[in-house]
Design a protein around this ligand. Sequence first.
Ligand SMILES: CC(C)(COP(=O)(O)OP(=O)(O)OC[C@H]1O[C@@H](n2cnc3c(N)ncnc32)[C@H](O)[C@@H]1OP(=O)(O)O)[C@@H](O)C(=O)NCCC(=O)NCCS
Length: 182
Amino acid sequence: MSPTPSRVELWPLTLADQDEFCSLVRASTELHAPWMQLPTTSGEFQDWMRRFSDGTSLGFLIRVQETGAAAGMVNINSIIRGRYQGASLGYAAFVPSAGRGYMTEGLTVALRHAFNDLRLHRLEANIQPANKASSALVQRLGFRYEGLSPAYLYIDGAWRDHERWSITTPLPWTPDPSLPRV
Ligand SMILES: CC(C)(COP(=O)(O)OP(=O)(O)OC[C@H]1O[C@@H](n2cnc3c(N)ncnc32)[C@H](O)[C@@H]1OP(=O)(O)O)[C@@H](O)C(=O)NCCC(=O)NCCS
């Protein structure tokens, strides 16, 4: 069965996206606080982009195909191979495109890329219990709740408890060659 057509596509984030990215983040301060801190200045953006330099984390803009507008961002972070073959997702919508289903579609494309092209087996999303928009988003995508991780990530000046949500690859799946055979 062919996948449902999507209104969005993923664009790898590059240094050339700096001004657009920072101004969208500045416009989205109220939406992102207190859940997510993203770069708003040239220096912060360049520091942030270093995380993508060794291939263990990948950053994308979610662009609306019809207009080219960046509706949000998604990172496939901390890719671990070997017997794990997993990564964790980071994501945020940008005002004024939030609440229109673009993030649901963008993360659907990100899941497909992670499972079919990167051949990952597992994706996690770690979400603070009060972040209802984020847990609603991953539930729409079929993630399952696995449990509470106390003091899991340092966010907004403190170690915050997070709910761990995950999804594993649909079958049939072709493993990455780095997966041990037995
Ligand atoms: C979490 C976050 C990314 C969710 O973004 P979002 O804009 O709600 O997600 P979507 O674009 O998929 O929009 C979903 C909403 O659009 C509505 N919608 C409208 N048209 C739609 C369509 N064609 N398809 C699907 N949903 C549609 C849905 O009903 C839903 O609204 P609801 O929440 O009132 O039910 C956003 O709230 C955000 O950026 N939060 C701050 C950063 C953050 O928390 N990141 C995650 C840290 S763990």
